[in-house]
Design a binder for this molecule. Structure first.
Ligand code: ADP
Ligand code: MG
Length: 264
């Protein structure tokens, strides 16, 4: 899934960096169950969550705690079982027009070049070819892949492939960028580099998005990147047990091990 229809893009504009409090995305009483062999498997129960402009929110939890499910519900890629997900106050009826997704394993189309992969999201939104090309080149440049427009995914390292994944999501300038374990398929040093660069872009206001939701099972990563950490417990069924407000100023100075107990 390459994102939802949304308003076409212009050149990446500087984003106001203050957390201005605008609620972009909101879940109210969000519940999600999957049909299983023994009946319904409840995964999320009654989740109330707001994502505001200017913040990076980490959804932290163990494997199976429902992080991807929550992210997909917020992106409107799967329907809630009950409760609502709203984007800018409007309940979603399908794909969320204000979001774009970065996937753990990149999800690039191998038969397309870097540029063609990046243009996909714009194509789906009906952006004319010339404007698509211009926006794609700009996003590719922003994410550090200048010169690789004509390369194919198989010619790129994992880190570079994920850069393409980022460019493809950022090119549509989504209000909320969603990332589902975007660094966990990369080696430690590559992940560290990419995280650092993304944070620099974010903090410099060059990131063409107003909020970020980061799914991760990596506590250090959540602490490093997030303004707020939402912990999904794996018991009983992925209910948010605790929302750790890490603060909007220097969340990144917190002691990572202190959060370990929250996800055990
Ligand atoms: P996480 O991303 O935290 O690892 P998921 O949201 O992927 O967790 O999964 C939460 C639970 O829901 C797991 O028990 C998983 O097996 C189950 N699950 C996820 N997707 C489906 C699906 N499409 N059908 C049935 N069960 C699913
Ligand atoms: Mg997952």
């Amino acid at each position: 899934t390459l994102g939802a229809p949304a308003t076409p893009t212009g050149p990446a504009a500087a984003v106001p960096r203050a957390a201005d409090g605008d609620v972009l995305l909101e879940t109210v009483g969000l519940t999600k169950s999957y049909a299983g062999a023994d009946g319904e498997l409840p995964v999320l129960a009654g989740i109330d969550l707001k994502i505001r402009a200017g913040e990076i929110v980490a959804l932290l939890g163990k494997s199976g705690s429902g992080k991807s499910t929550l992210l997909r519900c917020m992106a409107g890629l799967i329907p809630a079982s009950s409760g609502t997900v709203s984007y800018r106050g409007e309940p979603l009826t399908g794909a969320n027009p204000g979001t774009a997704m970065v996937f753990q394993t990149f999800a690039l189309l191998p038969w397309l070049t870097v540029q063609q992969n990046v243009e996909l999201g714009l194509e789906a939104r009906g952006v004319p070819a010339e404007e698509r090309a211009r926006a794609a080149v700009q996003a590719i440049d922003l994410i550090g892949l200048d010169g690789f427009e004509s390369a194919y995914p198989k010619e790129l390292s994992g880190g570079m492939r994920q850069r393409v994944g980022f460019a493809r999501a950022l090119v549509v300038e989504p209000d909320v960028l969603m990332m589902d374990e975007p660094f966990s398929a990369l080696d430690v040093l590559t992940a560290e580099n990419l995280r650092g660069e993304l944070m620099e872009l974010w903090e410099s206001g060059q990131f063409p998005t107003r909020a970020v939701v980061l799914v991760t099972h990596n506590i250090e990563e959540a602490v490093l990147m997030a303004d707020r950490i939402v912990v999904l417990g794996s018991r009983p069924y992925g209910t948010i047990r605790e929302t750790v407000e890490v603060g909007l100023d220097r969340p990144r100075d917190r002691d990572a091990p202190a959060f370990q107990e929250l996800i055990d």
